[in-house]
Design a protein around this ligand. Structure first.
Ligand SMILES: *Cc1c(COP(=O)(O)O)cnc(C)c1O
Length: 403
């Protein structure tokens, strides 16, 4: 395999510029930017302000939930204040608690591991699949085979003595992970599957929306996601009882009553405010147009990179529909040190002209906060991480492109 020379770093930069148009330090282009043009956002937010319904109750909250169900096919959606608390609540609802372990991939945003840690539980890292970005079903099965032991009713990590409580795959950059196979493995061990679908609204494996394979899945509506509510998140589930408990625990576990304050559990104040939900409805109404623009943008990148050596785009997995949230470039040279140097060169050159490319996250097991966590072999993740860099992917960039 070839290594990129300096001239090739130039060609990569030119290919990106050909797709996204001009940028400069004064007018930079970020990875993914919010956009409300052409939507009803102003009118809907004004309605909240005029009516005084700005907080955690109001009609936009239930309307946003209903429309999320309609779009994804979920029986239930519960909207909350961000994707991190959505995950923490989802994990709590499937029984993850203090001192448990949750199996998750190291290639994710830090929030995936943080949500586990917020419950007093421990991330336990399992490798990702070669040529895919999501957790590897074979590595998951092998890891459980190595460390898991059934003691009476609970599954224990025989190396740490702690209970193994859940499996938490991530749909990275909007590309569906192999959740059908991951579910088969987790089911065979009696483990609940929770999907971090924060980046995967409008991504499907077969005809099933991401987040609906396991017990519960979560979305994020942070400012850089496919659609945004400013800050926000959701739980998706087909389990009526789980949805009911999610709604209850996200609103301080208060028992319904016209005036009395009685709480039957230690709940959270996680509910999404009406103001944010109004933005969510306006963004959902614009979703098909955004998806179409993102698909076209991804195609333009594919065309621009078709003839370049030493780099390739991360492809939509087979039998899946990806939302193409972030377009990712992979450096293909064999030597990881060489690719790291090439990637650094590209990042420096791009940032100097206001093209704000970002490398994939530092693998979570390499962060000091999580380096002592249990882990299987992570060779695939460690080989992949230095190779990936994300390209500007906002749907509104399409308008700036030369056709
Ligand atoms: C964005 C994101 C989250 C967290 O969502 P917030 O709304 O920012 O709290 C969790 N996991 C992944 C993979 C994400 O990309």
């Amino acid at each position: 395999m070839t290594t990129l020379g300096a001239a090739n770093v130039d060609s990569v930069l030119e290919a990106i510029q050909q797709v996204v148009g001009p940028s400069s330090k004064e007018h930079p282009i970020s990875l993914h930017e919010p956009d409300f043009t052409g939507t009803q956002a102003w009118a809907y937010v004004k309605e909240c302000l005029d009516s005084g319904w700005v907080s955690t109750a109001g009609s936009w909250v239930s309307r946003f939930e209903e429309e999320l169900c309609t779009f994804t096919g979920a029986s239930h959606a519960v909207v909350v204040s961000n994707g991190t608390v959505a995950l923490r609540l989802a994990l709590h609802l499937v029984g993850v608690g203090y001192s448990d372990e949750v199996l998750l991939p190291p290639l994710s945003f830090v929030a995936t591991a943080n949500a586990v840690a917020h419950l007093g539980a421990f991330p336990h890292f399992v490798d990702v699949a070669p040529n895919a970005l999501g957790m590897c079903p074979i590595s998951l099965a092998a890891r459980l085979e190595t460390i898991a032991e059934r003691r009476e009713d609970i599954l224990v990590n025989r190396e740490t003595g702690r209970r193994i409580a859940a499996v938490l795959p991530v749909h990275v950059f909007g590309h569906p992970a192999e959740v059908d196979q991951l579910l088969a493995v987790s089911d065979s061990w009696g483990l609940p599957l929770v999907e971090d679908a924060a980046e995967a609204l409008a991504s499907w494996r077969g005809s099933t929306h991401c987040g609906l394979f396991g017990a519960v899945g979560t979305l994020s509506f942070n400012g850089n996601k496919l659609i945004t509510t400013g800050g926000g998140g959701a739980l998706l589930t087909n389990d009526a009882d789980l949805a009911k408990r999610a709604r209850h625990l996200s609103t301080t576990a208060k028992q319904p009553h016209p005036w009395a304050f009685d709480h039957d559990a230690i709940g959270w104040n996680d509910r999404l405010p009406n103001l944010n939900a109004a933005l969510g409805v306006a963004q959902l109404e614009d979703l098909d147009r955004r998806l179409d623009a993102k698909r076209q943008l991804a195609q333009r990148y594919a065309d621009a990179f078709a003839d370049l050596e030493g780099v390739e785009l991360v492809a939509e997995p087979t039998d899946c529909i990806s939302n193409h949230w972030l377009v990712s470039l992979r450096f293909t040279a064999e030597d990881p040190r060489a690719v790291q140097a090439e990637r650094l060169q590209l990042l420096e050159r791009a940032h100097s002209v206001g093209l704000l490319l970002r490398p994939i996250w530092t693998p979570l097991h390499q962060l000091p906060i999580y380096e002592a966590c249990p882990a299987g072999s992570l060779v695939v993740s460690e080989n992949l991480a230095p190779r990936l860099v994300n390209l500007p992917s906002s749907p509104q960039l399409l308008d700036g492109c030369a056709a």
